[in-house]
Design a protein around this ligand. Structure first.
Ligand SMILES: NC(=O)c1ccc[n+]([C@@H]2O[C@H](COP(=O)([O-])OP(=O)(O)OC[C@H]3O[C@@H](n4cnc5c(N)ncnc54)[C@H](OP(=O)(O)O)[C@@H]3O)[C@@H](O)[C@H]2O)c1
Length: 255
């Protein structure tokens, strides 16, 4: 059987790198998407040393020319794409933790450029390749902080977190985009779902998360390898609860 081909954006470190590693362990060819050539080549080299079929692809999700080049290269090398993991993301460019009332439009736009507009640009550029695969999977890496249901529930640990504008609202947009792409593609074999890694220790949060990057990758890998009777158009992943140690395992989250 031909190996499946997966593109993971922002795969040079953190959850993206672990997603590439775990997909490679399932005999998938992994295209390590990274905006920086040095960091991307190094990540692909490390994965190859571990036995993975891994290749670096330069892709800055805010740069249309780099997205087009990546799609053209995948087309010429493989002719299709089985899995797209829209993983690249940012919480803030200014790194200022502010309340919604203090948020700069500059930071808001920069975060949306990566998390929202970048996701649409990459998905639309890759869709012709995904349509050529027998049953492609699109995974949009979201977050529980973008779940309006969780943020407004008194029984969720998220209700106690300080409000902020740019990142949670960008992930709420990712959730809606997931639902809309799933709706558009509902008469195809392509499944589109959003993944919640849970609070994961990466550079993203100065390693304050309580889950490992390998654990954070598990929801993306699960959704990237769903069987034909699996769901499409859901937010799925780690469930953070107020009970016990807070670990509610895996399942579907409210939008
Ligand atoms: N960590 C958590 O607790 C957590 C929880 C929920 C959801 N998430 C989501 O999980 C995803 C991965 O986060 P992480 O924790 O692994 O963070 P991370 O370690 O900071 O990794 C983020 C990745 O995104 C890349 N990236 C940023 N801007 C990009 C751009 N314009 N084009 C291409 N790549 C770009 C980064 O590349 P550079 O190395 O070049 O900067 C890096 O590879 C994000 O979507 C994040 O929102 C994380």
């Amino acid at each position: 059987m031909t190996k499946k081909v997966a593109l993971i954006t922002g795969a040079n470190k953190g959850i993206g790198l672990e997603t590439a590693r775990q997909l490679a362990e399932q005999d998938v060819t992994v295209l390590v998407g990274a905006r920086d050539e040095g960091r991307g080549e190094e990540a692909a080299r490390v994965l190859r040393e571990e036995g993975a079929d891994a290749r670096f692809v330069q892709i800055d999700v805010t740069d249309a020319a780099s997205i087009d080049r990546a799609a053209a290269w995948i087309d010429s090398e493989y002719g299709l794409l089985d899995i797209l993991v829209n993983n690249a993301g940012s919480a803030t460019i200014s790194r200022e933790r502010t309340l919604p009332s203090g948020t700069s439009l500059e930071d808001m736009r920069a975060v949306y450029d990566i998390n929202v507009f970048g996701l649409v640009a990459v998905t639309n550029a890759m869709l012709p390749l995904l349509r050529r695969a027998p049953a492609a999977r699109i995974v949009n890496v979201s977050s529980e902080v973008g779940s309006i249901g969780s943020q407004t529930s008194e029984t969720s640990p998220l209700s106690g977190m300080p409000p902020s504008a740019q990142y949670p609202s960008s992930k709420a947009a990712v959730d809606m985009l997931t639902a809309m792409y799933a709706k558009e593609l509902s008469d195809t074999a392509i499944k589109v779902n959003a993944a919640n890694p849970g609070f994961t220790a990466t550079d993203f949060n100065d390693h304050r998360g309580f889950r490992t990057a390998a654990q954070g990758a598990e929801p993306s890998v699960h959704l990237a390898t769903l069987p034909d009777d699996g769901p499409s158009g859901i937010l799925w992943g780690h469930l953070w609860t107020t009970e016990g140690d807070g670990d509610g395992g895996y399942g579907r989250l409210p939008w």
